[in-house]
Design a protein around this ligand. Structure first.
Ligand code: FNR
Length: 186
């Protein structure tokens, strides 16, 4: 299964990016997982949506070619970061690459609530008409106090959470396969 990972932070030292990298390494034997760059995407504008810059065209085609998308989001002021919304707005137009594409949401914050508000907003956004992406229910991966959960080499050290994520990924795997089978019947 090919899983595109979209992370809502690309700052140097981003905990969400470090967490995303840990996930890619942990599941590399099981999935073809790649973190797609969103830092080079221009601001969305309808003026250029029909003939977008290469960065956008490549991003959209990588999403189109994936079986599912894993979103890893920080929380900014109770929602998702603008850079992530910008990437999503690109995906919501013209060729509608997210339609029927299964999604799973995870996120990390330095606060206690682990990006819960951002994740709720992201879920709503993914359900809108331009996206129409089914999102795995339950299985919430909300990681608070994220700044305390890496060693000096950037390894995620919360083993209880990693075991939980293993179970979540099993559920996601089953759910994506069921979704694909349903589509094949059509
Ligand atoms: C934050 N942070 C934050 N945390 C949170 O739990 N709820 C929030 O609403 C916000 N709001 C917020 C706004 C802005 C502009 C910044 C820069 C930060 C803190 C946030 O969780 C923390 O900075 C994370 O480390 C951001 O993720 P990355 O960049 O480390 O992946």
């Amino acid at each position: 299964m090919k899983i595109a990972v979209v992370c809502g932070s690309f700052r140097q030292g981003s905990y969400n990016m470090m967490f995303s990298t840990n996930l890619v390494e942990r599941y590399s034997m099981r999935y073809d997982m790649n973190i797609l760059p969103i830092s080079t995407l221009p601001h969305f504008s309808q003026d250029i949506e029909d003939n977008p810059p290469d960065e956008v065209a490549i991003f959209k085609s990588q999403i189109a070619q994936s079986d599912a998308v894993l979103w890893v989001t920080p929380e900014y002021n109770g929602s998702i970061p603008g850079v992530l919304k910008n990437a999503i707005d690109w995906l919501s137009r013209v060729d509608l690459v997210m339609h029927d594409k299964p999604s799973i949401i995870m996120g990390c914050s330095t606060g206690f609530l682990g990006s819960v508000k951002a994740q709720l907003h992201l879920r709503e956004i993914l359900f809108t008409n331009g996206l129409k992406s089914p999102v795995l229910g339950g299985n919430e991966v909300l990681i608070g106090s994220i700044h305390k959960k890496f060693d000096d080499e950037g390894n995620f050290t919360d083993n209880d959470t990693l075991s939980f994520i293993d179970t979540v990924m099993d559920h996601f795997d089953d759910w994506v396969k069921k979704h694909k089978n349903c589509k094949d019947i059509d």
